[in-house]
Design a protein around this ligand. Structure first.
Ligand SMILES: [Zn+2]
Ligand SMILES: [Zn+2]
Ligand SMILES: [Zn+2]
Ligand SMILES: [Zn+2]
Ligand SMILES: [Zn+2]
Length: 213
């Protein structure tokens, strides 16, 4: 069954390229092949190869998605980091990638650089090194917590000039990343004062919706 041949006439039966291949071994794949209408041999051969490559690629991408979601569980930073969707400008995807953490995919928060010159949030890479081992999650180059350095200042200043929209309800102000934490602390102050005043009046403190604290 391992021999591959392409008869000029009649439907060709599809066989796995090797008996141990998980990708070829799926039944749906086999049935699909048998039902396919006859067509020139070159096209057929090409389709089998292309199909096979696509399946492998898909399996690989699924593996990547899985490890990404595992890493996101490890970092658990959804509530403390900012989504790239908060950026007020619709930047090219490649630029957004360069200013976001390759572990959590948020906008880089307190970024650090590895020896292999990859960028991560400090929290993310430290948690990740602990969880998966001492190598870079992007390229697998050996990496230890002591190897991490601050990125060059010019990169950090670009990061700090990016503008995000404040997610606080009734605010929605456009703030640069450099001033964001100060802006958010203003909200916290107001919230605390507000709560205090409400308590003094004897009423129940009003619940403020502050998603990012
Ligand atoms: Zn195969
Ligand atoms: Zn994050
Ligand atoms: Zn991160
Ligand atoms: Zn790396
Ligand atoms: Zn605000």
């Amino acid at each position: 069954p391992c021999e591959v041949y392409f008869p000029r006439k009649g439907t060709m039966e599809w066989h796995p390229h090797s008996m141990s291949c998980d990708v070829c071994g799926t039944s749906s794949h086999g049935i699909k092949r048998k039902k396919q209408a006859p067509s020139p041999q070159v096209g057929k051969k090409f389709r089998i190869i292309a199909d096979h490559a696509r399946k492998i690629q898909y399996a690989r991408s699924q593996k990547q998605v899985n490890s990404k979601s595992i890493m996101k569980k490890v970092t658990n930073c959804k509530k403390i980091h900012l989504s790239t969707k908060m950026l007020t400008v619709d930047y090219p995807v490649d630029f957004v990638k360069s200013i976001s953490c390759q572990i959590c995919e948020h906008i880089l928060a307190d970024p650090v650089e590895t020896t292999c010159k990859h960028l991560f949030c400090r929290l993310c890479i430290l948690k990740c090194l602990k969880a998966i081992g001492s190598y870079c999650p992007s390229c697998r180059y050996p990496c230890f917590p002591t190897d991490l350095v601050n990125p060059v200042r010019s990169f950090l200043s670009i990061l700090n000039t990016l503008v995000v929209r404040c997610p606080v309800k009734d605010c929605q102000e456009e703030v640069t990343l450099g001033k964001y934490s100060h802006h958010l602390s203003n909200h916290k102050e107001k919230k605390e004062k507000g709560t205090y005043m409400h308590v003094n009046k004897g009423g129940r403190p009003r619940q403020h919706l502050l998603s990012l604290t």
